[in-house]
Design a protein around this ligand. Structure first.
Ligand code: UD1
Length: 435
């Protein structure tokens, strides 16, 4: 079934409780699948979430002459030994943001790439100037014509690239282009997100020579070839954060497992500041609420290790139930507060000042109404809002949520959430009975 013809129906008011296992990181897996284009040999990639971005990417890789498929619930096999097509222009390419990585991978592997400008969630302009700057520094000639990026190089030779903006996408793309280049490439002012490190670890385990990922200077010594192997993707920091926030918002008691607690530090610190109980284990975090009221906090999004922009909508939703006025400042994307209208339709009291600052008057009671998922993470925020709202919330535009959350409703249902999926025109007046 097409997820844009479906809706999620949530009966709010249940405190989530129990244990939830987090899937592999979507943002890491999409980059690693594309990175496998550089490899002559078979890559077995484990802990891959079965979400629509991954399905799209598998299709794209197959369209380029590679071979990619799920060979287990969360295992994808990619073999690009015979990949020879450098043109990626299908509708699927335009649909997902991660197809921008095809530029670096195809350029690195075939010394040419023709890639349709990528889509993904729409929260303002998503430039690629830093990616192009990196490719040009390595010797590629780039031009953009009719929304297609053309890249070509006689040979790629390492150089120093200083990024003007801390960009996850540009950092990974330059790493991809540099892995098989001659000489040494240095990326200065690199992004430090966990998935940047994961992609570097993947490439290194296939024979690359990349040092410094996770710091702001990454050094890539080019190698002549990569070999196949097996690699396991890190847990999804954003999915974990979404469940942690949902647990806090519903005043529940949830242990989020299969995670790396260090990746969650900025969120854990903010939750603790609000009075939420945060208990850390080796590979899990328990979230519980045993105070009568949650305290207001101010949050600003920043590149890692700062508070992630991809948890901004979920966190803002939590702030609607805190006591007092909180300020949310979005520093990464220029227009990522558009979903706030939907929350206000549910009874929240949030004012957006400029495009990047939301003033959240807490202590409001949300009411279930039909709302739209405006993008992937805003969609997750609507789910959290539905879980705490009085009555029934219906969420449409599920194609966004399905891009990045594996088994979302099932995982929430296992925690006690009253949530189901219906065809858009189907009524669900009798929620408890339909679940
Ligand atoms: C990735 C994530 C996305 C997350 C974002 C920031 C994936 C697939 N997506 O997106 O979910 O929200 O990181 O954590 O991993 N910029 C430029 N020029 C460029 C590139 C970026 O100015 O060439 C700016 C962007 O407009 C934005 C900021 O840099 O303001 C960060 O973007 P970037 O880190 O590149 O995001 P993505 O890699 O697209």
């Amino acid at each position: 079934m097409d997820s844009n013809k479906e809706k999620m129906v949530i009966l709010g008011g249940v405190r989530l409780h129990g244990e939830v296992k987090i899937s592999g990181a979507k943002n890491s897996a999409v980059a690693i699948l594309v990175a496998a284009i550089l490899v002559k040999g078979k890559c077995i990639i484990e802990n891959v979430p079965n979400v629509s971005d991954i399905i799209d990417l598998i299709d794209i890789i197959n369209g380029l002459g590679g071979k990619a498929k799920f060979v287990g619930d969360d295992v994808v096999e990619v073999d690009c030994t015979n990949l020879s097509n450098h043109v990626a222009s299908s509708e699927r390419v335009k649909k997902i943001r991660a197809s921008s990585y095809l530029m670096g991978a195809l350029l690195g592997r075939l010394k040419k790439a023709k890639v349709a400008l990528p889509g993904g969630c729409d929260f303002g302009v998503r430039p690629i100037d830093q990616h192009i700057k990196g490719f040009e520094a390595l010797g590629a000639i780039a031009d953009i014509e009719y929304a297609m990026v053309n890249l070509e190089a006689e040979k790629l030779v390492g150089d120093t690239v200083y990024l003007d903006v801390v960009s996850v996408g540009a950092t990974i793309n330059i790493m991809l282009a540099a892995t098989l280049a001659e000489g040494t490439t240095i990326i200065d002012s690199a992004a430090k997100e966990p998935h940047v490190v994961d992609v570097a670890n993947f490439l290194n385990s296939m024979g690359a020579n990349i040092k410094g990922a996770g710091t702001d200077v990454i050094k890539i010594k080019g190698v002549s070839e990569l070999h196949g192997g097996t690699f396991s993707v890190i847990p999804d920091q954003i999915e974990a954060g979404t469940f942690m926030i949902a647990a806090a918002a519903t005043r529940g008691d949830v242990t989020v497992t299969n995670i790396i607690p260090k990746h969650m530090e900025s969120l854990s610190a903010k939750l603790e500041e609000m009075g939420v109980g945060v208990q850390e284990f080796d590979e899990a975090i328990r979230i519980y609420v045993d105070v009568p009221e949650l305290k207001r906090v101010n949050v600003k999004t920043q590149p890692y290790p700062g508070f992630p922009t991809d948890l901004q909508p979920q966190m803002l939703t939590l702030l609607t139930v805190a006591n007092g006025t909180s300020i949310m400042k979005e520093n990464v994307w220029e227009d990522r507060l558009r979903y706030v209208d939907e929350l206000n339709r549910m009874g929240a009291n949030v004012n957006v000042e400029g495009k990047d600052t939301a003033v959240v008057e807490g202590g409001t009671r949300l009411k279930g109404v039909p709302v739209k998922a405006k993008d992937l993470r805003a969609g997750a925020a609507m789910v959290i809002a539905g879980l705490i709202a009085d009555g029934v919330t219906e969420i449409t535009n599920l194609q966004y949520i399905d891009r990045g959350y594996e088994n979302f409703e099932n995982k929430l249902r296992a925690l006690g959430g009253q949530i189901t999926r219906r065809i858009v025109n189907q009524d669900a007046p009798d929620m408890p009975a339909v679940i």
